[in-house]
Design a binder for this molecule. Structure first.
Ligand code: BTN
Length: 321
């Protein structure tokens, strides 16, 4: 399937015979695979006498092109970079890299996730070759307490990477949603394995909507947007390179300085500062005016009773595998 897609991604017509010859299978097998790609949401035209072509040319992920867009210091901290055609969730892949001693700086991406997950038990819609799904591992030595604010610092790194490739108007919504034009463009899911009071490995999972095929969009339960609705021609590989770079630089600084080093930048991107908001907790709703974040990334909420600090669920804890 992957090899077929690589042949088609130039956006030109290819006949079933040509494709079959290149892949060593018959025309009928090609037709079946084309149907599967269509089922996965890819627009493929079929014209008698001309063959098949993608409705839009595609840029598949390419490890070398991603590395070419990385900052030198960040590239030095990158331990491995794996690209999967299809996986359940890049966080699953990264969690097993972490559990098997992969350690800081292991990253992976996928063209498609079959069980992409978001925060609060939601799923993350992850159609083929359309968006970015990536996860990285970083090891910390002082337990979960030292990770306060990490998801907010991660949001800052993503915002900076988007800025690097020319995206303007990014805002953040506490604790770590990335918004463009008031809709969600990207999400962050941190998961942890290891000793919650000592040496632990954090998996940082990032999803960025680049182009959302219509069929997939119908399954999204929140107000969403995608980069191609605002900007044309942003390379997925360049974006991935900048995102991984910014994440690695952030992690190197965060492990020494914590969230404090990112607080001012987070606040400069805050989309809700000074606005009346409602915080939905499991138990009750809390109303107030958002007033930025404190030194550990807690939301400062001005309520009738005074300033309350709201803590976000920074990481969801899992038992060691
Ligand atoms: C959110 O709900 O805002 C978090 C979404 C996180 C999605 C990314 S996509 C890459 C990684 N793999 C997953 O299954 N989830 C994260």
């Amino acid at each position: 399937m992957e090899r077929l897609l690589r042949l088609l991604c130039d956006g030109e017509f290819h006949t079933g015979d040509q494709l079959g010859e290149l892949l060593g299978v018959g025309r009928a097998a090609i037709w079946k695979q084309i149907q599967k790609l269509q089922d996965w949401g890819l627009g493929i035209q079929s014209v008698k006498g001309k063959g098949y072509r993608l409705a839009q040319p595609l840029e598949l992920l390419d490890a070398q092109r991603i590395r070419d867009c990385m900052d030198e210091q960040a590239a030095g901290a990158l331990k491995s970079l794996d690209i999967h055609f299809q996986t359940t969730s890049t966080n699953d892949v990264a969690m097993s890299m972490a559990a098997s001693g992969g350690g800081s700086g292991c990253f992976c991406l996928a063209e498609q996730q079959t069980a992409g997950r978001g925060r609060r038990g939601r799923s993350w819609v992850s159609p083929l070759a359309s968006n970015l799904y990536l996860s990285g591992v970083w090891e910390f030595y002082n337990g979960a307490a030292a990770l306060e604010g990490l998801s907010l610092a991660t949001a800052v790194a993503i915002a900076d990477a988007l800025h690097d490739v020319g995206v303007t108007g990014i805002r953040l919504k506490w604790p770590n949603d990335i918004l463009l034009g008031n809709a969600k463009l990207a999400g962050i899911l941190l998961e942890m394995t290891g000793d919650p009071s000592g040496r632990c490995q954090v998996v940082l999972g990032i999803g960025i909507n680049h182009h959302m095929p219509q069929a997939a969009a119908a399954a999204i339960e929140q107000k969403w947007t995608a980069l191609d609705l605002h900007h044309s021609g942003i390379s997925r590989n360049a974006l991935a390179g900048h995102v991984i770079s910014r994440l690695l630089l952030m992690l190197l600084q965060f492990q020494d300085e914590g969230f404090e080093a990112f607080r001012a930048r987070w606040q400069s991107l805050d989309g809700y500062s000074g606005q009346e908001v409602v915080i939905k907790t499991g138990a009750a709703d809390i109303e107030g005016v958002a007033d930025g974040v404190n030194e550990t990334g807690g939301l400062r909420l001005i309520t009738a009773a005074g300033v309350e600090i709201i803590k976000g669920g920074e990481v969801s804890l899992r038992a060691r595998a």
